[in-house]
Design a protein around this ligand. Structure first.
Ligand SMILES: *[C@@H]1O[C@H](CO)[C@@H](O)[C@H](O)[C@H]1NC(C)=O
Ligand SMILES: *[C@@H]1O[C@H](CO)[C@@H](O)[C@H](O)[C@H]1NC(C)=O
Length: 241
């Protein structure tokens, strides 16, 4: 009898171990971590939620911030080279934030606030428009490590994707982190029901200009947009012509 109870308890313990547990927020992650060019960085200099405006960083890159109260923010700016038309790079800008947790198996899980994330996709030579949409992507990193970079002599964060492959190395840029408010910024979901009747001139002011290219940028003539407000499948889309 006793051994049967022991066996049941053991199998119960084994079950618990299969499910990775959430651990206290790790302190070694706290800060803003930028890729090498150090010009893409989370916070208000990248995304302005009040005016729905991205400021294009000088160089492509990525940035992650983690706060001591378990929140994250993420900024991506990727230029996609176009070998056929070198003058026509595509650009993707993505921003999201939410909460994160470290699990007992060493992994990191990022849970974005779905209504807050934004993406701007531009392909100026193929399309006249850039597409500004909501964006949310839950992320799992299999593991991470914080080391001191021998060459730069600053803390470096190595994040490993779900499949174990490394993300580009990130370097500590700010501590405490540079982050926008961590609460929901854009509770717009309930407004989408009426949005398909909204014409451009009737847009709420804070959605009219959602993207401005930084002054002096190359090919500035190819990169300008104004907004039209559409809905598709219940989500908000902004098109820029
Ligand atoms: C989150 O992303 C998924 C997948 O792209 C999409 O289907 C869903 O509508 C998004 N949610 C919100 C609130 O935007
Ligand atoms: C990266 O940029 C931030 C903000 O401008 C600055 O404080 C930091 O020193 C920079 N880090 C490196 C390694 O250049």
């Amino acid at each position: 009898m006793v051994s049967r109870i022991a066996a049941l308890l053991l199998s119960g313990a084994a079950l618990v171990q299969v499910q990775a547990q959430s651990l206290p927020t790790p302190t070694d992650l706290i800060g803003t971590w930028n890729s090498k060019a150090n010009s893409t960085m989370t916070g208000s200099s990248f995304y302005d939620p009040v005016n729905e405006k991205f400021t294009e960083p000088k160089h492509p890159g990525i940035s992650y911030s983690f706060s001591s109260d378990g929140n994250f923010e993420e900024a991506y700016y990727r230029a996609v080279a176009n070998p056929q038309e070198p003058k026509c790079p595509k650009g993707i800008i993505q921003w999201q934030h939410g909460s994160f947790e470290k699990l007992s198996d060493g992994s990191l899980k990022l849970h974005p606030i779905k209504v807050d994330g934004r993406q701007l996709y531009s392909d100026p030579c193929s399309f006249k428009s850039a597409v500004y949409t909501r964006y949310n992507a839950s992320e799992t990193f299999k593991r991470y490590e914080v080391v001191t970079d021998a060459y730069h002599n600053i803390p470096r964060l190595n994040l490993y994707k779900f499949d174990g492959s490394p993300l580009m190395p990130l370097y500590l840029a700010m501590s405490p982190p540079s982050m926008l408010p961590t609460t929901t910024l854009n509770p717009l979901t309930t407004q989408t029901a009426t949005a398909n009747k909204v014409k451009r001139g009737e847009l709420p002011l804070n959605h009219e200009v959602v993207y401005k290219r930084t002054p002096g940028a190359t090919r500035a003539d190819q990169w300008w947009w104004f907004g039209v407000f559409l809905t598709a499948g219940g989500s908000v889309l902004y098109f820029f012509f």
